[in-house]
Design a protein around this ligand. Structure first.
Ligand code: AMP
Ligand code: MG
Length: 414
């Protein structure tokens, strides 16, 4: 699969090909439901009970039998008190039961009357008191039905689900204190570039001409962690073939993926290509997107290799569009491509590009999108200011008011 010249590919072609290399990790572990946020479920979860377990009150008030209320000529006695967590006895005919939110509806009652809609004859002694109900109740009112959330035997969460906080709550609601999830992908991360300096290693005022701080390392590590990965950080690898080969060989041990940034162009200082080729196989692609053209996929001693472009915004965007789906698929997620929605552009983009563009934009108060003024692939501020990307097809200009496809960072970073 080695290619001499990098072919130009559409993003869709590149993604399809990349995903074809991602075989799901068939390695599972059981984790506490508390710790399962961001992990991927390895098996269907079936409920062994119904939720809620029984009909219960959704209000503080009185459980009644509607027919008794309709026929009553005076106040009805309060025959029992049922708080959340207690069982309650069957409702005696021609009486009502004091009831609180979440408490089970007693057998024989068919509605709950809100406490605001009735009056106690003797508020100081409710047990002996009679209750006047101001409006006739409708059968079933203020009752949450048994099983209205989860039916017995229902599959509440499916294998391949990327677990989020609400899913943890749902699993807990059917009694699951641990969940079987795909093991974390192990990712080796390194940056290439002799110009790179780690923040903290040199103070800003002492930076040499040509030196820049390594910013990619910080957001790539954070992005990987959010995707459930275990990250080994190999730091900065110098722009030398021997150093790059050595780093790759070491990184290939015990890792599912080696992820690098920089050095995937075809300049003399770009050593990723010959280094990966000397150890395994490499596909070097020019993806017809902006930002983010150069991209590499290969294999080194059985580990996947992905090389991202060095420019920070290119690196960030190609991670979201390609590496994220790849890592999700490794963990067994089925729907891996980011979702986009149609939103109105509140900006002009008069110059079409022959590549598909991903513009950094922000939603404004009227629901439209504003554009960050500098869309250069080196301007990381655009990705911080923005809250998503416009996916603009090749050759397309945008006029104020046009609908455009918007990918929210909430969708891909959450
Ligand atoms: P390269 O892909 O190595 O040719 O790098 C392209 C551009 O991205 C150059 O201007 C590099 O200085 C810059 N760059 C590469 N790696 C990083 C990094 N880790 N952090 C910030 N900028 C980088
Ligand atoms: Mg470089």
């Amino acid at each position: 699969m080695t290619s001499a010249r990098a072919p130009l590919k559409s993003l869709d072609e590149a993604l399809t090909e990349l995903l074809s290399f991602a075989t799901v990790l068939e390695d599972f572990e059981s984790v506490s439901t508390f710790d399962a946020d961001g992990r991927v479920l390895a098996q269907d979860i079936t409920s062994g009970l119904q939720v809620p377990p029984q009909d219960n009150s959704s209000m503080d008030g009185y459980a009644v039998r509607c027919a008794d209320v309709a026929q009553a000529t005076g106040p009805l006695p309060v025959s029992q008190r049922i708080a959340a967590g207690s069982a309650g006895a069957p409702l005696l005919p021609n009486t009502v039961a004091r009831i609180f939110t979440g408490a089970p509806i007693p057998v024989g009652a068919d509605a709950v009357v809100m406490q605001e809609d009735c009056t106690l004859e003797n508020p100081d002694n409710p047990a002996l008191s009679g209750l006047r109900i101001n409006t006739l109740p409708q059968s079933g009112q203020w009752i949450r039905r048994a099983g209205e959330d989860v039916k017995m035997g229902a599959v509440v969460l499916q294998k391949g689900e990327l677990l989020k906080p609400a899913a943890l709550g749902l699993a807990a609601s059917i009694g699951m204190d641990s969940l079987s999830v795909t093991r974390r992908p192990r990712v080796a991360l390194f940056s290439t570039g002799d110009e790179l300096v780690m923040p903290g290693a040199v103070a800003p005022e002492h930076m040499k001409p040509g030196a820049i701080y390594n910013s990619n390392r910080f957001f790539l590590r954070a992005l990987l962690r959010r995707l459930g990965c275990e990250v080994t950080d190999f730091g900065i690898v110098p722009d030398r073939l021997d150093a790059t080969v050595a780093a790759l060989e070491q990184a290939a041990q015990n890792h599912d993926l080696i992820l690098t940034s920089g050095g995937v162009s075809v300049g003399e200082e770009d050593h990723i290509k010959p280094a990966v080729q000397s150890l395994g196989a490499l596909n070097l692609w020019q993806i017809a997107i902006k930002p983010g053209k150069p991209f590499a996929y290969g294999q080194v001693h059985g580990a996947h290799f992905i090389g991202l472009p060095g420019n920070p915004v290119s690196s960030f965007v190609t991670f979201l569009l390609l590496v994220r789906p790849f890592l999700l698929k490794l963990q067994g997620v089925v729907q891996v491509a980011p979702k986009s929605i149609a939103v109105q552009a509140d900006f002009d983009w008069p110059k079409a590009d022959k590549r598909r563009e991903f513009l950094r934009v922000k939603r404004n108060a009227s629901g439209g999108l504003d554009l960050y003024p500098n869309q250069s692939s080196g301007v990381l501020t655009s990705a911080v200011w923005g809250d998503g990307l416009v996916d603009n097809p090749p050759g397309q200009t945008i006029r104020i008011g046009d609908p455009v496809q918007f990918i929210s960072f909430n969708e891909v970073l959450g």
